[in-house]
Design a protein around this ligand. Sequence first.
Ligand SMILES: C[S@@+](CC[C@H](N)C(=O)[O-])C[C@H]1O[C@@H](n2cnc3c(N)ncnc32)[C@H](O)[C@@H]1O
Length: 216
Amino acid sequence: MGNSLEEVTKHYTGKRGFFKNLRTRMAWYLDRPLRNRRDLAYLLTLMHLDGKGVEIGVAKGEFSVVLLENSRLSILYSVDPWREYSEDQYDDLNNVAQQINEHRYRSVVEYFKKYGQRSQILRKTSREASRTIDDNSLDFVYIDANHSYKACKEDIELWWPKLKSGGLFAGHDYLDGHLPDGDFGVKSAVDEFVAKNHLRLYVIHQEWPSWYVIKH
Ligand SMILES: C[S@@+](CC[C@H](N)C(=O)[O-])C[C@H]1O[C@@H](n2cnc3c(N)ncnc32)[C@H](O)[C@@H]1O
């Protein structure tokens, strides 16, 4: 599969969707973690989570496309400032030059027009965007922005109150350490949050693992 948003869309629709849906149902009924983060879109439908969702950290829009194509979310907010940071602030391969950020933003805006009002692109930081969303209003939150411990902890604190009871709270890159791709403290931030709130944590074991919890 290539990297263009057209190719991603083509790949994740069609017959394959039937099997992913089935796999998600099996995991759900057996109370096992999902096998692929893309199955989160099917899990939302299974849990009747068809309201508003948000992805924090969008980059080229690949995962927002997966969510829009495979879930029944009425609105997906795609939040990213598409701006270059200093390495001190954001040590990550996705901290790209401003010119590349502009290109990413423009191609997301153009491509997401096909989703009409279901797609709301918020060119804002996580903190700025959180101020525009009501508490207890979202069915789904997916955090995949700055992966440092401090930033991830802040994102969790900002977005947890936005989620409705019964909603799905999730994120990417459940890892710690200074990796070639950047600085990661997501695992520590998530583990602390889960322990403090007595939540059941599910981990999707992929090369870049995702995590999710359900808000009771
Ligand atoms: C790993 S990429 C996102 C990939 C995307 N979730 C996907 O799976 O297709 C991380 C993105 O987070 C964005 N980001 C960095 N700091 C942020 C912040 N404070 N608020 C929102 N997004 C941020 C970056 O601009 C970058 O595009």
